[in-house]
Design a protein around this ligand. Structure first.
Ligand code: 4NP
Length: 170
Protein backbone atom coordinates (compact mmCIF):
# COMPACT_ATOMS: atom_id res chain seq x y z
CA UNK A 1 0.00 0.00 0.00
CA UNK A 2 1.36 3.45 -0.84
CA UNK A 3 1.08 6.36 1.60
CA UNK A 4 -1.77 4.76 3.55
CA UNK A 5 -2.24 7.75 5.82
CA UNK A 6 -2.60 10.26 3.02
CA UNK A 7 -4.50 8.28 0.38
CA UNK A 8 -8.00 8.62 1.84
CA UNK A 9 -9.20 10.71 4.72
CA UNK A 10 -12.32 8.79 5.62
CA UNK A 11 -13.99 5.50 4.96
CA UNK A 12 -15.69 5.48 1.54
CA UNK A 13 -19.42 4.68 1.72
CA UNK A 14 -19.39 3.66 -1.93
CA UNK A 15 -16.78 2.40 -4.38
CA UNK A 16 -17.02 2.09 -8.17
CA UNK A 17 -14.49 -0.10 -10.02
CA UNK A 18 -13.91 0.92 -13.64
CA UNK A 19 -12.19 -0.71 -16.62
CA UNK A 20 -12.80 -0.48 -20.38
CA UNK A 21 -15.40 -3.14 -21.14
CA UNK A 22 -16.71 -3.96 -17.63
CA UNK A 23 -16.53 -7.66 -18.53
CA UNK A 24 -13.06 -8.66 -17.22
CA UNK A 25 -11.20 -6.58 -14.64
CA UNK A 26 -13.75 -4.28 -12.97
CA UNK A 27 -16.50 -6.92 -12.50
CA UNK A 28 -13.82 -9.14 -10.94
CA UNK A 29 -12.83 -6.41 -8.49
CA UNK A 30 -16.56 -5.82 -7.87
CA UNK A 31 -17.27 -9.51 -7.10
CA UNK A 32 -14.05 -10.18 -5.18
CA UNK A 33 -14.37 -7.05 -3.06
CA UNK A 34 -18.03 -7.80 -2.31
CA UNK A 35 -17.07 -11.34 -1.28
CA UNK A 36 -14.28 -10.10 1.00
CA UNK A 37 -16.51 -7.40 2.54
CA UNK A 38 -19.05 -10.06 3.47
CA UNK A 39 -16.34 -12.15 5.10
CA UNK A 40 -15.15 -9.09 7.04
CA UNK A 41 -18.76 -8.26 7.99
CA UNK A 42 -18.42 -4.83 6.37
CA UNK A 43 -20.83 -5.48 3.50
CA UNK A 44 -23.72 -3.44 4.87
CA UNK A 45 -21.65 -0.29 5.17
CA UNK A 46 -20.11 0.02 1.69
CA UNK A 47 -21.94 0.06 -1.63
CA UNK A 48 -20.01 -1.58 -4.49
CA UNK A 49 -20.52 -1.36 -8.25
CA UNK A 50 -18.50 -1.55 -11.47
CA UNK A 51 -18.71 0.05 -14.91
CA UNK A 52 -16.84 0.45 -18.20
CA UNK A 53 -15.53 3.56 -19.92
CA UNK A 54 -16.72 1.89 -23.15
CA UNK A 55 -20.25 0.69 -23.90
CA UNK A 56 -19.46 -2.23 -26.27
CA UNK A 57 -20.52 -4.95 -23.82
CA UNK A 58 -23.43 -3.33 -21.98
CA UNK A 59 -25.82 -5.92 -20.53
CA UNK A 60 -23.35 -8.81 -20.86
CA UNK A 61 -22.17 -11.20 -18.16
CA UNK A 62 -18.47 -11.05 -17.26
CA UNK A 63 -16.27 -12.90 -19.78
CA UNK A 64 -16.56 -16.69 -19.36
CA UNK A 65 -12.76 -17.02 -18.86
CA UNK A 66 -12.90 -14.44 -16.07
CA UNK A 67 -15.85 -16.21 -14.45
CA UNK A 68 -13.95 -19.51 -14.61
CA UNK A 69 -10.97 -17.94 -12.87
CA UNK A 70 -13.15 -16.41 -10.15
CA UNK A 71 -14.95 -19.74 -9.68
CA UNK A 72 -11.57 -21.39 -8.96
CA UNK A 73 -11.34 -19.03 -5.98
CA UNK A 74 -14.91 -19.81 -4.87
CA UNK A 75 -16.30 -16.52 -6.14
CA UNK A 76 -19.30 -16.12 -8.45
CA UNK A 77 -19.55 -13.16 -10.85
CA UNK A 78 -22.89 -14.34 -12.28
CA UNK A 79 -24.92 -11.49 -10.75
CA UNK A 80 -22.93 -8.78 -12.54
CA UNK A 81 -23.95 -7.24 -15.88
CA UNK A 82 -21.83 -4.76 -17.79
CA UNK A 83 -22.81 -1.13 -17.81
CA UNK A 84 -21.13 2.06 -18.96
CA UNK A 85 -19.93 4.84 -16.65
CA UNK A 86 -22.59 7.56 -16.22
CA UNK A 87 -21.96 11.21 -15.41
CA UNK A 88 -23.99 10.72 -12.21
CA UNK A 89 -21.42 8.15 -10.99
CA UNK A 90 -18.99 10.97 -10.20
CA UNK A 91 -21.53 12.46 -7.77
CA UNK A 92 -22.82 9.16 -6.40
CA UNK A 93 -19.61 7.30 -5.56
CA UNK A 94 -17.07 8.34 -2.93
CA UNK A 95 -14.19 6.46 -4.52
CA UNK A 96 -13.75 5.56 -8.19
CA UNK A 97 -10.96 3.07 -8.86
CA UNK A 98 -9.57 2.83 -12.39
CA UNK A 99 -8.06 -0.54 -13.31
CA UNK A 100 -5.41 0.95 -15.64
CA UNK A 101 -3.85 4.25 -16.56
CA UNK A 102 -5.87 4.60 -19.72
CA UNK A 103 -9.14 4.07 -17.79
CA UNK A 104 -7.84 6.68 -15.34
CA UNK A 105 -7.25 9.32 -18.01
CA UNK A 106 -10.56 8.53 -19.75
CA UNK A 107 -12.38 9.06 -16.44
CA UNK A 108 -10.49 12.28 -15.68
CA UNK A 109 -11.44 13.62 -19.11
CA UNK A 110 -15.17 13.31 -18.45
CA UNK A 111 -15.28 14.03 -14.70
CA UNK A 112 -16.14 17.53 -13.46
CA UNK A 113 -13.00 19.09 -11.97
CA UNK A 114 -14.37 19.39 -8.43
CA UNK A 115 -14.99 15.62 -8.31
CA UNK A 116 -11.70 14.45 -9.85
CA UNK A 117 -10.17 13.80 -6.41
CA UNK A 118 -12.45 10.73 -6.17
CA UNK A 119 -10.65 8.99 -9.04
CA UNK A 120 -7.65 6.80 -8.15
CA UNK A 121 -5.75 3.93 -9.66
CA UNK A 122 -6.92 0.62 -8.16
CA UNK A 123 -3.26 -0.42 -7.83
CA UNK A 124 -2.56 2.57 -5.56
CA UNK A 125 -3.78 0.09 -2.96
CA UNK A 126 -1.36 -2.64 -4.05
CA UNK A 127 1.73 -3.60 -2.08
CA UNK A 128 3.68 -3.50 -5.33
CA UNK A 129 4.60 0.16 -5.67
CA UNK A 130 5.90 -0.39 -9.22
CA UNK A 131 2.52 -1.52 -10.55
CA UNK A 132 0.14 1.03 -12.07
CA UNK A 133 -2.16 -0.96 -14.31
CA UNK A 134 -4.01 -4.28 -14.06
CA UNK A 135 -3.18 -5.82 -17.48
CA UNK A 136 -6.08 -6.19 -19.88
CA UNK A 137 -6.51 -9.98 -20.27
CA UNK A 138 -9.15 -9.87 -23.03
CA UNK A 139 -6.99 -10.79 -26.03
CA UNK A 140 -4.78 -13.24 -24.12
CA UNK A 141 -5.06 -16.77 -22.73
CA UNK A 142 -6.48 -18.24 -19.51
CA UNK A 143 -3.18 -17.63 -17.65
CA UNK A 144 -3.67 -13.90 -18.11
CA UNK A 145 -7.12 -14.11 -16.52
CA UNK A 146 -5.73 -16.15 -13.63
CA UNK A 147 -2.98 -13.57 -13.11
CA UNK A 148 -5.56 -10.75 -13.09
CA UNK A 149 -7.66 -12.70 -10.57
CA UNK A 150 -4.68 -13.07 -8.19
CA UNK A 151 -3.60 -9.44 -8.55
CA UNK A 152 -7.15 -8.20 -7.92
CA UNK A 153 -7.65 -10.54 -4.95
CA UNK A 154 -4.52 -9.41 -3.12
CA UNK A 155 -5.15 -5.75 -3.88
CA UNK A 156 -8.75 -6.01 -2.61
CA UNK A 157 -7.38 -7.58 0.59
CA UNK A 158 -5.09 -4.58 1.03
CA UNK A 159 -7.95 -2.20 0.36
CA UNK A 160 -10.08 -3.89 3.04
CA UNK A 161 -7.19 -3.74 5.52
CA UNK A 162 -6.82 -0.06 4.71
CA UNK A 163 -10.53 0.62 5.16
CA UNK A 164 -10.47 -1.21 8.51
CA UNK A 165 -7.61 1.04 9.57
CA UNK A 166 -9.69 4.11 8.62
CA UNK A 167 -12.61 2.66 10.62
CA UNK A 168 -10.36 2.35 13.64
CA UNK A 169 -9.22 5.95 13.27
CA UNK A 170 -12.80 7.31 13.30
P1 4NP B 1 -12.01 -5.16 -19.45
O1 4NP B 1 -11.43 -6.00 -20.69
O2 4NP B 1 -11.79 -3.69 -19.77
O3 4NP B 1 -11.17 -5.61 -18.32
O4 4NP B 1 -13.48 -5.52 -19.33
C1 4NP B 1 -11.81 -5.77 -22.03
C2 4NP B 1 -12.98 -6.31 -22.51
C3 4NP B 1 -13.33 -6.13 -23.84
C4 4NP B 1 -12.49 -5.39 -24.66
C5 4NP B 1 -11.32 -4.85 -24.17
C6 4NP B 1 -10.98 -5.04 -22.84
N1 4NP B 1 -12.82 -5.24 -26.02
O5 4NP B 1 -12.00 -4.67 -26.78
O6 4NP B 1 -13.93 -5.64 -26.45
Amino acid sequence: MRSPDTTLEKKPASILFVCLGNICRSPTAHGVFEHQLKKADLHTSIRIDSAGTGAYHVGELPDSRMRASARQHGISLEHIRARAVHESDFEEFDLILAMDESNFSDLMAICPEHLQHKIRLFLDFSRHAELQSVPDPYFGDQDGFDHVMRLITETCENLIAYIRMLNDKI
